[in-house]
Design a protein around this ligand. Structure first.
Ligand SMILES: [Fe+2]
Length: 248
């Protein structure tokens, strides 16, 4: 029993100084924190795990979450003010997680996007049911416009599990891949965990994100363990996340 325990490590033990590049901590603009109290609770819990820098990525998704750079900046500003009032020194930058849908093409054409602090990286997601029929065209348009699309949680798109070679193709099309922390557990199902470990083992991920929406997610996050063989690749994606997006 002891040897089994020793062969596992807790993911959150690697979190010190990490910048979370995927989360839903902004108040009231998507399916994450619903109000400022929930936002503050999420930030405080993540602070306790060693995370104090956040790139906030609320959904921008058709009619479901019709966010704009303005709605996102307003929510980020509300949270910054509340954090300052409690002397919390967390640093927040505003961005978004963009669903690649028809509205996205319009945002791209209009230049109406909110990329990461380097003005290049942009977090994108695709439907869990099926990929957009024009995915490759959209990725071409994005990269041609100078963006580097970070594909959120590729392991969760189960339609790719039967053709895992397509993940490397997505990289050739200009995507970098972001692992969801919770995918290292059974939280999204065993097949998602299996694919996450396979992609991690093949060193196909560039970054890690928590994708935290709620305190329930954080309680699961705290329990995630991984086997020693994955430690160096996990450390690598955590350092890459910090080196690229650590806030000043
Ligand atoms: Fe997300």
């Amino acid at each position: 029993m002891l040897s089994i325990l020793k062969s596992n490590n807790y993911l959150v033990d690697l979190f010190d100084g990490y910048t979370d590049i995927h989360n839903h901590i902004l108040p009231g603009i998507d399916d994450g924190a619903q109000n400022i109290e929930e936002s503050l609770a999420l930030v405080n819990e993540l602070n306790a795990l060693g995370v104090s820098h956040f790139i906030c990525t609320p959904h921008t998704m058709g009619d479901y979450y019709p966010n704009t750079p303005e709605t996102i900046h307003t929510a980020a500003s509300t949270l910054r003010k509340s954090l300052a009032a409690t002397e919390n020194k967390s640093q927040l930058k505003a961005s978004s997680e963009y669903m690649l849908d028809e509205e996205f093409s319009a945002h791209l054409k209009a230049g109406d996007l909110l990329p990461f602090t380097d003005d290049k990286h942009l977090l994108v997601e695709i439907s869990y049911l099926q990929p957009p029929i024009n995915l490759e065209e959209l990725l071409f348009d994005l990269t041609h416009a100078g963006y580097i699309p970070i594909l959120a949680h590729p392991e969760r798109y189960t339609y790719y599990h039967k053709k895992p070679e397509y993940y490397a193709e997505l990289q050739r099309l200009g995507c970098v891949l972001q692992l969801n922390a919770l995918s290292l557990s059974d939280y999204y199902g065993t097949s998602v965990k299996k694919m996450a470990l396979e992609l991690l083992d093949k060193d196909l991920y560039s970054f890690l994100g928590t994708d935290v929406h709620s305190l329930r997610h954080i309680s699961h996050l705290k329990k995630i363990t991984f086997k020693k063989k994955y430690k160096s690749n996990l450390q690598k994606i955590l350092s890459q996340t910090k080196e690229n997006f650590g806030l000043q």
